[in-house]
Write a protein that binds this ligand. Structure first.
Ligand SMILES: [Zn+2]
Ligand SMILES: [Zn+2]
Length: 736
């Protein structure tokens, strides 16, 4: 019977491809998890062997042999393959593309998996020389020969550890042909001794923190999911650090996932200050080469802590002891671009289960799904309700915009509060989730509004840059001095962070202002500089977008202003209230983290809105209870399961036609599955294409997936499937 290799290749087809073993002599039979280079049509591709079979649906005569086996050891062990195969199945995405998105690009192109090290070793001539007691008059050369004979190939670091400058001797010996150098794969290095891992002891734990550490540590060595619900400033990171300390001391490794924006130098510094252990850091701003190096450090086991954003959930971590997902509610854990749309948080829980290790989901504002899992008893809820450093929780107040004078987006009570807090030496944080100068450019004569030609959206005014930009497609044009329709004068309408900073600079001329949004943080170093100005107290007012909510520590902020809470109160997306509540609580958490009590003012035109009142009276818990009840009544997740079939096309008709055909294929869907739509997206035209979506909903996860398993292959056969761009998003977190 022939041996058939099943190889996953980076193609849109859902199945692996069958190959025969290589014909060249001396080529080993590649086991599962190893990469091979194979002929594919006219191309040569690198793929991963995912199974070995003894028969194929394709006649053996038509199967081609693999060209080359790239890995001497499996690149993906059974655990890594299992999570990738599970993800392919759960997210209904081709296994080859799932594998590709989990591996650094150089590995997909065939780069070696292990870094190699230069090694010095004895040659046959060297052995003969040593046996003949050569060299007689060069003691250093002789002792180097003896050392290499005794211990075998040695790296520069090995030789350094024996003291003395061995390099001149090595040069002389190579010149005589007695030793040679070779690149050998760097293998897993022995861990540092447990006693040396902790560089500095942490602060004394509050009793709640200590209890959380003990509860989680009691589960080391088996699967358990914990929700660490800790208010801002309660010291969640310290709990992670203590757990990781125990894991490292047991000779195991830790995987830490953080949101895109949470992987700050401050956080890394804190980890490095605590542990004397190599770390691998993986995030989206790395170059291909940097990513490869970090991946190799994780793969070889050299890194004791692997810390990274979303895709780090696929990083190889031998002897994994714990997984931490910090700010687990953060939207960046969900991949929402491209074809493979996965939730790194959900995969982290699955991975922990498979690896039989505890997983910790930490947040001041846990996702409603996560809280629901805790209520249902699947996750264990641990609370941190006290703030470290004797700071009191800030006081939340609403400012009714209908009752007070508003100038340039800021109400009189808000200005008065700023005055008071600044005079008392506090810092003020002003939050507005809109970057740029103004969201609209309006003609004062004919009412023309500068539109994006490619999107159903207005262009945002960026005054300092002198540009009009679309925040949806990136369109960028010079700011016109006059109306493009009638030639009359134009004016910016509404507020963005750039304009608010300008207004406040005029109002508080002696107070240095810092602005934090994507326009000012463009390269590495910008954020650190802003943080430094803020935490040193040099800047007294900080105006910023969502970016200010993420984990930064500003001890002297005593007042937080939320300028516009109303976006999000009336959205068609059932998750919008959750996101708004999380944002408000996270921004509010920036106030009063030092010794001084904080105050939070939220400007709104809807002070009686149930979302705001539940938040004010019951805090995030109160809001979450009310919101979960609403979701239960409407049968939205987590009380049902959703998938979204989305597409985009050159015309609105084509976008709807594909989804209509897909819906028709389903006929009458099986009991328990509902199809909703298709409908055009809320912003139908984006970047010149028309978007639409069809929702698939079911009370039961298994029912939904059985349906998708049967339906998707049929959709792929539709003629229109090749003319539109379509994706399936399982557990979508944004509906549009
Ligand atoms: Zn005009
Ligand atoms: Zn646009």
């Amino acid at each position: 019977m022939p041996t058939i290799l099943r190889v996953a290749l980076d193609t849109p087809l859902r199945r692996p491809f069958d190959y025969l073993p290589a014909t060249a002599p001396d080529t080993p039979l590649p086991g599962v998890g190893r990469r091979v280079r194979v002929p594919f049509g006219r191309r040569r591709l690198v793929g991963v062997v995912v199974a070995i079979a003894d028969s194929s649906d394709v006649p053996t005569a038509r199967l081609k042999p693999v060209l080359e086996v790239l890995d001497p050891q499996p690149l993906l062990d059974a655990a890594s393959l299992a999570i990738l195969e599970w993800a392919a199945q759960y997210y209904h995405h081709p296994i080859g593309q799932v594998l590709a998105s989990a591996l650094p690009r150089p590995l997909r192109l065939g780069a070696p998996a292990a870094a190699s090290l230069r090694c010095w070793q004895l040659t046959a001539a060297g052995e003969a020389a040593l046996a003949a007691s050569e060299p007689r008059r060069a003691p250093r050369q002789r002792s180097l020969l003896e050392l290499l004979c005794e211990r075998g190939p040695a790296t520069a670091a090995d030789l350094d550890s024996h003291g003395g400058d061995w390099r001149p001797a090595a040069r002389a010996l190579s010149a005589r042909g007695w030793i040679s150098t070779e690149q050998v794969p760097a293998v897993s290095l022995p861990p540092p001794p447990a006693s040396a891992i902790v560089r500095t002891a942490g602060p004394e734990l509050l009793s709640e923190q200590a209890a959380a550490v003990e509860a989680i540590a009691a589960s080391l060595g088996r699967f358990a999911a914990f929700v660490l619900h800790g208010i801002t400033g309660s010291g969640k990171t310290e709990v992670y650090l203590r757990l990781i300390e125990r894991v490292l001391q047991a000779g195991q490794r830790a995987l830490v996932l953080v949101p895109e924006i949470g992987l700050t130098p401050q956080l890394l510094t804190r980890f490095r200050a605590r542990f004397d252990a190599p770390m691998a850091v993986l995030h989206s701003a790395l170059t291909d080469h940097e990513r490869l190096l970090a991946w190799r450090d994780a793969f070889s086991g050299r890194a004791r802590i692997v810390i990274g954003t979303r895709s780090a959930v696929f990083a190889p971590v031998p002897d994994l002891g714990v997984i931490v997902v910090d700010e687990e509610h953060d939207g960046s854990f969900k991949q929402h671009e491209g074809g493979f749309r996965y939730s790194a948080r959900d995969l982290a829980v699955w991975r922990a289960q498979h690896a039989a290790v505890p997983v910790v989901l930490g947040s001041a504002t846990p996702a409603l799904e996560t809280l629901h899992n805790a209520v249902a008893g699947r996750y264990r809820l641990l609370r941190l309700e006290r703030r470290a450093a004797r700071a009191a929780l800030p006081l939340l107040k609403l400012v009714d915009l209908r009752q007070h004078a508003v100038q340039s987006g800021i109400s009189t009570p808000a200005l008065q509060a700023m005055q008071k807090h600044l005079a008392a030496g506090g810092q003020v944080l002003v939050f507005l989730n809109r970057r740029g100068y103004a969201p609209t450019l309006l003609c004062t004569a004919c009412g023309w509004i500068a539109p994006c030609r490619e999107c159903d959206a207005r262009l945002t005014v960026h005054l300092a840059a002198g540009r009009l930009r679309c925040h949806h497609c990136g369109a960028d044009a010079p700011l016109p001095p006059r109306c493009l329709q009638c030639g009359f004068s134009v004016k910016p309408v509404g507020q963005g962070t750039e304009r608010i900073a300008e207004t406040l600079a005029a109002r508080f001329p002696d107070m240095p202002i810092a602005r934090l949004d994507r326009d000012v943080v463009r390269q590495r170093g910008d954020l650190e500089e802003l943080m430094r100005r803020m935490s040193s107290g040099e800047a007294r007012i900080l105006v910023g977008t969502q970016m200010v909510t993420k984990g930064h520590h500003f001890p002297d902020v005593t007042l937080v202003l939320v300028l516009n809470a109303d976006q999000g109160l009336f959205s068609t997306d059932f998750r919008a209230p959750e996101r708004l509540a999380q944002t408000i609580v996270q921004v509010a958490g920036r106030a009063g983290r030092g010794a001084r009590a904080g105050e939070v003012l939220i400007q709104t035109e809807f002070p009686d809105h149930p979302l705001l009142t539940s938040l004010l009276t019951g805090g995030y818990d109160g809001f979450a209870r009310a919101a979960l009840e609403e979701r239960a009544q409407a049968a939205w997740p987590p009380f049902s399961r959703l998938a979204a079939l989305r597409d985009s096309a050159a015309t609105p008709q084509a976008a709807l036609a594909f989804l209509t055909a897909a819906r028709a294929l389903a006929g009458r869907p099986p009991a328990g599955v509902q199809l909703l739509g298709p409908v055009p997206a809320a912003m139908a035209k984006r970047a010149g294409r028309y978007h639409a979506q069809l929702l698939i909903e079911s009370r039961a996860r298994a029912t939904l997936h059985r349906f998708l398993d049967e339906w998707l292959p049929e959709i792929e056969q539709l003629k229109s499937a090749r003319t539109v761009r379509w994706t399936l998003d399982v557990d979508p977190i944004a509906l549009f």
